[in-house]
Design a protein around this ligand. Structure first.
Ligand SMILES: C[S@@+](CC[C@H](N)C(=O)[O-])C[C@H]1O[C@@H](n2cnc3c(N)ncnc32)[C@H](O)[C@@H]1O
Length: 224
C-alpha cells in the first residue's frame, strides 16, 4: 500500500513515467521469458502437451520438438490465426478453439502462461488434475494481484529490474512508440496467497513461487 501511495505522489509519478520510457526503449516479452523454465521442467513422458490460452503460439513452437503431439487452445479467433501461422510446418502442432475443457485427456503436460487469471481458478485446476496422466505435469506461469508486503516487494524488484533485463535482452533501443499488448489481457483478481491456497487444495504438493517479471510459477506433478 505504501508503494502504491508513493506512486501516486509527484516523485512517484516521475519515477513511473521514467521507467515507462526506459521499458519502451528496451521491450521484452515477460511471457516468452518463461519458456526456458517450462522447457527445463517438462515431464519424462512426452506424448501429449496441451497449452491453454496459447495466444500467438510461441510456446507451442517451443514445445514442438519435445512432444509427440502439441495441442494449443485459445478462445480468441485472432490469436488462433496467429498461432496457426506461427506453427506452419510443425506437423505435430494443432490449434483449436472451443472450450479447452472439451479437449480429451489424458495428457502428459498442461501449460498456461498468463492464462489462469482469465479462468475460474479452482475449476480450471480441478480439470487439469483430471486430464493429466499419472506422472503428468502442470506448468503454469501466472499473475496475481499484489496484496501482502512480500507481493509488493516482488513488484518493486520487478519494476526496478524490468528495464535492466530489457537492456540485456535488447541492448539497442526499439524504434517507435510503445506497442499495446499483442493479446487479450485481464487484470488478476486473486492475490498470490489466495491462489496458492486454492492450488494446494486441488494439487497437494504443488510448488508455487514468486519471480521477477511480475509473474509466479506453479509446478505440480500428478502422482503416479
Ligand atoms: C495474456 S494472453 C497469454 C497468451 C500466451 N499464453 C502467451 O504466453 O503469450 C492470455 C490468452 O488466454 C486466452 N484465453 C482467455 N480465456 C480463455 C479461455 N477460457 N480459453 C482459452 N483461452 C483463453 C486469451 O485469448 C489470450 O490469448
Amino acid at each position: 500500500m505504501a508503494l502504491r501511495r508513493w506512486a501516486q505522489t509527484f516523485a512517484g509519478g516521475q519515477f513511473a513515467s521514467g521507467m515507462a520510457r526506459l521499458n519502451a526503449r528496451h521491450p521484452w516479452s515477460h511471457n516468452d521469458h518463461f519458456h526456458a523454465w517450462i522447457l527445463a521442467n517438462i515431464p519424462a513422458r512426452r506424448g501429449v502437451a496441451l497449452d491453454v490460452g496459447c495466444g500467438r503460439g510461441e510456446l507451442l513452437a517451443a514445445l514442438s520438438p519435445y512432444f509427440v503431439t502439441v495441442q494449443g487452445n485459445d478462445i480468441d479467433a485472432g490469436m488462433r490465426e496467429k498461432a496457426t501461422a506461427r506453427c506452419t510446418g510443425l506437423s505435430n502442432v494443432t490449434v483449436r478453439g472451443g472450450d479447452w475443457t472439451d479437449a480429451p485427456g489424458p495428457v502428459d503436460a498442461v501449460t498456461m502462461i498468463a492464462v489462469l487469471h482469465h479462468l475460474d481458478a479452482a475449476a480450471a485446476l480441478q480439470h487439469v488434475r483430471r486430464i493429466l496422466a499419472p506422472g503428468g505435469r502442470f506448468l503454469a506461469v501466472g499473475l496475481a494481484r499484489p496484496v501482502s508486503a512480500v507481493d509488493h516487494l516482488w513488484d518493486l524488484a520487478s519494476t526496478v529490474t524490468n528495464p535492466m533485463i530489457g537492456y540485456v535482452k535488447h541492448p539497442w533501443p526499439a524504434a517507435g512508440k510503445p506497442q499495446p499488448a499483442p493479446f487479450p489481457v485481464r487484470d488478476p483478481t486473486m492475490s498470490f496467497d489466495e491462489l496458492k491456497k486454492t492450488v494446494v487444495e486441488v494439487m497437494p504438493g504443488a510448488v508455487m513461487r514468486h519471480h521477477l517479471a511480475f509473474r509466479h510459477t506453479i509446478l505440480w506433478t500428478k502422482p503416479a
